[in-house]
Design a protein. Structure first.
Length: 282
C-alpha cells in the first residue's frame, strides 16, 4: 500500500499535468480561431476548383468505384500528436481505400504529408509509400501548398490517372470527418476533351492545361491543409479538455485515498497512546 508521502507526490504530479493540459487547451483555442478564419478564406478561394473536380466525398461507406486504374493517394496528417484520433482516422481511411482498390483490381501508391501519418503507415504499408514530407510549416499557406504540389509532380504524380487527397474536414471543435478529393489530369480527345467551351490564346491549349492542372492541385492541397489544420486544433483542444477533466477526477480520487491513509495513521497513533497509558495504569 502506498504511503502518505507517495500519495501526496502523486497528487502534486497530477496537478502539474492538469496545469499543462489546461494551458494547452487555451493555446489550441486561440490557434483554432485563426485556423477557422484561414479555412473560410480557403473555402472561398477554392470554389472554382470544385467546379472542375466536383465536391469532396466522405470516406465512410465509400466504394471508391469512381477511382481510375492507377491512383496516387496523398495522406494529409500532422507532425504533432496529442490531438485525439485525427491521424489514426486518416491512416485507417487510407488503408480502407487501398483494400477496396485492390479488391477491384486497381493499383495505388501513397504519398504521406506529416510525421504521424508516415509513422503509422510505414509499419504496414512501407512498400506503398513513394514520398513522405515531414516538418511541414504550420499554419500552412498557399506557398507551402505550391511547394507540396511541386514535390508531388517532381516525384511522378503525372504518371498516375488521378491524385486522391485524403484529409480531415472541420465541422466544429468536437467534430470532423474524413474526406477525399479526386483530381484527374486534363486529358481526352473528341467529346472527352476538357474545357471545350473555352478558347485559349496566345498559348497552346496543352500548355495552358498543364499549368492549370498544377494550379488546380495546389489550390486543392491548400484547401485541404487549412481544413485539416482547423480539425487538428479543434481535436487537440477537445483532447486537452478531456485530459484536464480526467486529471481532476484522479486528483479527487487520490485526495480521498490520502485522507483515508492519514486518518488511519492518526487512529493507529491514538490507539498506541491509549494502550500505552492503560499499560502504565496497570
Amino acid at each position: 500500500m502506498a504511503t502518505e508521502k507517495q500519495i501526496w507526490n502523486q497528487i502534486q504530479s497530477t496537478k502539474n499535468i492538469q496545469k499543462i493540459t489546461s494551458s494547452m487547451k487555451m493555446v489550441s483555442a486561440a490557434k483554432l480561431k485563426g485556423d477557422e478564419g484561414r479555412r473560410m478564406t480557403a473555402i472561398s478561394f477554392n470554389t472554382w476548383a470544385e467546379e472542375l473536380n466536383g465536391p469532396p466525398k466522405f470516406v465512410e461507406d465509400a466504394t471508391f468505384e469512381e477511382l481510375p486504374q492507377k491512383s496516387l493517394i496523398v495522406s494529409l496528417s500532422s507532425d504533432k500528436g496529442l490531438c485525439g484520433g485525427i491521424n489514426s482516422f486518416i491512416t485507417r481511411s487510407v488503408k480502407t481505400m487501398l483494400i477496396s482498390l485492390k479488391d477491384q483490381g486497381k493499383e495505388a501508391d501513397i504519398a504521406v504529408i506529416g510525421d504521424k501519418g508516415r509513422g503509422q503507415l510505414a509499419r504496414l504499408l512501407s512498400d506503398k509509400i513513394k514520398l513522405s514530407l515531414t516538418e511541414v510549416e504550420s499554419p500552412g499557406n498557399f506557398t507551402l501548398a505550391g511547394a507540396i504540389a511541386s514535390e508531388l509532380i517532381a516525384n511522378g504524380s503525372g504518371d498516375y490517372d488521378a491524385v486522391v487527397l485524403v484529409y480531415n474536414e472541420f465541422k466544429n471543435a468536437a467534430t470532423y470527418h474524413q474526406m477525399y478529393k479526386v483530381i484527374k489530369p486534363f486529358s481526352g480527345e473528341g467529346e472527352d476533351e476538357p474545357l471545350l467551351a473555352y478558347e485559349f490564346e496566345p498559348d497552346t491549349k496543352s500548355e495552358v492545361l498543364t499549368d492549370l492542372a498544377e494550379y488546380l492541385l495546389t489550390s486543392q492541397i491548400y484547401h485541404s491543409l487549412m481544413d485539416g489544420a482547423a480539425a487538428e486544433q479543434g481535436s487537440r483542444m477537445t483532447a486537452m479538455e478531456n485530459a484536464s477533466k480526467n486529471a481532476g477526477e484522479m486528483i479527487d480520487s487520490l485526495t480521498l485515498k490520502y485522507n483515508r491513509a492519514r486518518q488511519s495513521r492518526i487512529t493507529t497513533e491514538l490507539i498506541e497512546i491509549i494502550s500505552g497509558a492503560a499499560a502504565l495504569e496497570d
